[in-house]
Design a protein around this ligand. Structure first.
Ligand code: PEP
Ligand code: MG
Length: 444
């Protein structure tokens, strides 16, 4: 399980844990982690490394010691109920999955495709991180292209695996989204290393001098990339616009993997998803680039790939100008984690650990809007977006891939505003199938 002192329902640790089917409690502010002494401190009590605790991700309880546990069993009756649900529901249920294993798990639970594959998790792999860092710290396009050329075969292999696992079903792959500094070492820690080296290292030694120089250069670059508000900063398709070669590499990897699979007799449906769009021109430019690469790969490999290009809707401006954006999109996917963050102006990483409980206890809000979709605010914008989007493109497919896609009340709302699909973590697929059927019945 995963227990963190910061963050909340939709912060990275919680989202990744949910994918892996691990319990997670995030934003336990009473907790202090002392890395140096390898211990956790709560109040006056210290828990050394190796202390066993039990984490209940559903209620947020953290219990000292091990509570006896039992794996859930999916009985035959449960399967029958899900079958009935499938006959009734009109919403498709897809899964958020980033690896072939997650994809297979999702398939087993009845997912009808992948609605969100977050490619940044592929960039975090420890073997790749140095190459990713080389790409980020490159001073010229040539240097960046060198690093990207090293990443291309690895990304191609990632996509090959996930597309193969989902043979016959759509796989929606989102191009790189987080701010680049997330892939770099922490500036404060690096500064500490530099100071230690300066105080204790042999300054006459050439190796020490070189190490110090490299660390100082890295620190300068990290500081240059620093943003006061990274979640509203240089991320999402803003990266694709500034560094077109990054998205070009990812598109090439997607289509090359698809071409290989088509030749091997698999049926692949790659859907390329552009994150954080706020203006139709962003999508126009990035769609054109994606299509160009698809054409090149199809021509050189002599195959046809059935692909689509669409966008996340996670910024209010995108929702408000959905009619324009829809002209360049085959599909919309509501990223309600970011949309909730930006409509409320609540940081998704901090609100739950700071003031949100007070808002709920004092009755201002009924639910945590990061867990249960806020119909009156975020939902109103979504409804408007669906209407505008279909005006701009009557064939537009619209779904949701934020964490709300696995929450029954939010799924009911998605049915009411006429979405085509919900996408959630693999372990929430069965409940989403059931909730979609209930929503279809109550909406009749
Ligand atoms: C979202 O914002 O809802 C989303 C799915 O993207 P991410 O959580 O990766 O920002
Ligand atoms: Mg998002």
């Amino acid at each position: 399980g995963i227990l963190t002192s910061r963050g909340g329902m939709t912060s990275h640790a919680a989202v990744v844990a949910r994918h892996m089917g691990k319990p997670a409690v995030c934003g336990c502010e009473a907790l202090r982690i002392n890395y140096a002494d390898k211990k956790m401190v709560i109040g006056d009590v210290e828990y050394p490394e190796g202390t066993e605790i039990t984490i209940d991700g559903a209620t947020g309880r953290v219990i000292k010691g091990l509570v006896p546990m039992k794996d859930p069993e999916l009985s035959a009756e449960f399967q029958t109920i899900l079958q009935w649900a499938d006959e009734i529901r009109t919403l498709q249920v897809l899964a958020n999955a980033d690896t072939p294993d997650d994809a297979l798990q999702a398939r087993e639970f009845g997912a009808q495709g992948i609605g969100l594959c977050r490619t940044e998790h592929m960039f975090m792999d420890s073997a790749r991180l140095p190459i990713v860092q080389k790409m980020i710290l490159a001073q010229t396009v040539e240097e960046r292209n060198e690093a990207l050329a090293e990443l291309l075969p690895m990304q191609e292999q990632d996509f090959y695996g996930i597309l193969k696992a989902m043979n016959g079903l759509p796989v929606t792959i989102r191009l790189l989204d987080p701010p680049l500094h997330e892939f770099l070492p922490n500036a404060e820690e690096l500064l500490e290393e530099i100071l230690v080296l300066k105080l204790t290292g042999d300054q006459e030694d050439r190796k020490t001098q070189e190490l110090l120089h490299n660390k100082e250069t890295l620190l300068k670059k990290i500081r240059a990339l620093h943003e006061a508000n990274p979640m509203l900063g240089h991320r999402g398709c803003r990266l694709g616009i500034t560094y077109p070669e990054i998205y070009a590499m990812q598109a090439r990897a997607i289509f090359q993997a698809s071409a290989r699979l088509v030749k091997e007799g698999y049926r692949v449906y790659p859907y390329v998803k552009i994150p954080l769009v706020i203006h139709y021109k962003e999508l126009e430019i990035l769609r054109k680039q994606t299509e160009q690469i698809a054409q090149e790969v199809m021509a050189s490999e002599g195959v046809t790939i059935d692909y689509k290009v669409g966008t996340m809707i996670e910024m209010p401006r995108a929702a408000l100008t959905a009619d324009e954006i829809a002209r360049y999109a085959d599909f919309f996917s509501f990223g309600t984690n970011d949309l909730t963050q930006t409509v409320f102006g609540f940081s998704r990483d901090d609100a739950e650990g700071k003031f949100l409980p007070n808002y709920i206890n004092s009755g201002i809000l009924q639910n945590n809007p990061f867990a249960v979709l806020d119909r009156e605010g975020v939902g109103k914008i979504m409804k408007m977006c669906v209407e505008l989007g279909r005006q701009g493109n009557p064939g537009l497919k619209i779904g949701i891939c934020g964490e709300h896609g696995g929450d029954p009340s939010s799924i009911e709302f998605c049915q009411q505003i006429g979405l085509n699909y919900v996408s959630c973590s693999p372990f929430r697929v069965p409940i989403a199938r059931l909730a979609a059927a209930q929503a279809a019945i109550s909406n009749r």
